[in-house]
Design a protein around this ligand. Structure first.
Ligand code: CUA
Length: 336
């Protein structure tokens, strides 16, 4: 949890300093009210003073000017400190790595300039990264929050919002959705992984490498290794299907180990070949054998038949998962 305190982006230190300065100013203002309060409570208590001896003061111009002007100056100081951070966060540079972020109930996907799509945000250290964020029409408002980077911005269906950062320490950092977006809001999580420029360069055009930290030192070497020694990783339909599964964040709602998980969707462990009782669109119970056809149908059009005890929350993946991806995903589900 303390990892969130790490200062990882260009403006994190600036923001922390400004928060600290504002806290100090607020602390001084607090003391300037509370300390005299206690002094006066003691000095002017009823037991020490007779009402007839108390002077009736109507006003004191000097004092009133002092307690008006000093707070105005302090507020302007706080404004200028905050405005400095705000301006840096809002001054999005023109060049940098532009990554499209799609937030939807309840997953994150990141599309790179070359078309590569991931659900973990891999970025090179020391580069300006510009996030162009949106949510599908008909979805709800989400918010991309990376505490370690001190960045946070709403994502609104049908429009594009942007934010940026330049990460300076390699590592893995949490991404949260910070806008209540429904049942699985708390599970709408992702990671930003900051890697070296070399690791990033080796990874970005090589779809068979899933994580840049596992990328070999040079691209030549990787081709040789993959062709001769490790063809399995890229050819195994179950492994590729698992990647489609996590890539589309199916694991947000569906567990594969038999546990209830978030409790909003059935586990997928051992379902292949079983019989399940489902509710069709007219509310009638139907019993279906879980085979290839049912698995395909329930990915493409999940609301046609819904598991008993669950709400029809799953988005339809028609047009999103198709062709080989769908074949591999079905193979993966059969293997569970
Ligand atoms: Cu998306 Cu909360």
């Amino acid at each position: 949890m303390l990892e969130e305190m790490t200062v990882v982006s260009n403006f994190a230190q600036y923001l922390d300093n400004s928060v600290m300065m504002i806290m100090i100013i607020l602390g001084l203002l607090f003391l300037s009210v509370v300390v005299p309060l206690f002094i006066f409570m003691y000095k002017y208590s009823a037991s020490r003073n007779k009402p007839e001896n108390t002077e009736n003061i109507s006003h004191n111009s000097t004092l009133e000017l002092v307690w008006t002007i000093i707070p105005i100056i302090l507020i302007l100081v706080m404004f200028s400190i905050s405005y400095g951070v705000f301006k840096e966060f809002r001054s999005i540079p023109d060049d940098g790595l532009k990554i499209k972020v799609l937030a939807q109930k309840w997953s994150w996907s990141y599309t790179y300039p070359n078309g590569r799509v991931e659900n973990t945000l891999y970025v090179p250290r020391g580069e300006n990264v510009i996030l162009e964020m949106t949510a599908p029409e008909g979805d709800v408002i989400h918010n991309m929050f990376v505490p370690s980077f001190r960045i946070k911005e709403d994502i609104v269906p049908g429009m594009e919002t942007r934010q940026w950062f330049n990460a300076n320490i390699e590592g893995e950092y949490d991404v949260f959705c910070a806008e209540f977006c429904g049942t699985a809001h708390a599970y709408m999580l992702s990671k930003v992984v900051v890697v070296s420029q070399d690791e990033y360069d080796n990874w970005i055009d090589n779809e068979s490498i899933f994580d840049p930290r596992e990328a070999p030192a040079s691209t030549e070497e990787s081709t040789t290794l993959l062709d001769i020694n490790q063809p399995s990783a890229s050819a195994d339909p179950v492994a590729l299907g698992e990647r489609v599964f996590t890539g589309n964040a199916c694991n947000t709602c569906h567990t594969v180990d038999g546990t209830p998980g978030a409790g909003i969707a059935p586990t997928l462990q051992g379902i292949y070949g079983t019989s399940v009782t489902l509710i069709n669109s007219s509310g009638d119970e139907v019993t279906v054998e879980v085979g290839d056809d049912y698995l395909r149908e329930s990915i493409i059009n999940p609301s046609a038949l819904v598991n008993q005890g669950f709400n029809p929350l799953m988005p339809a993946y028609e047009g999103t998962i198709d062709g080989e991806d769908l074949d591999n995903l079905v193979e993966y589900l059969k293997s569970l």
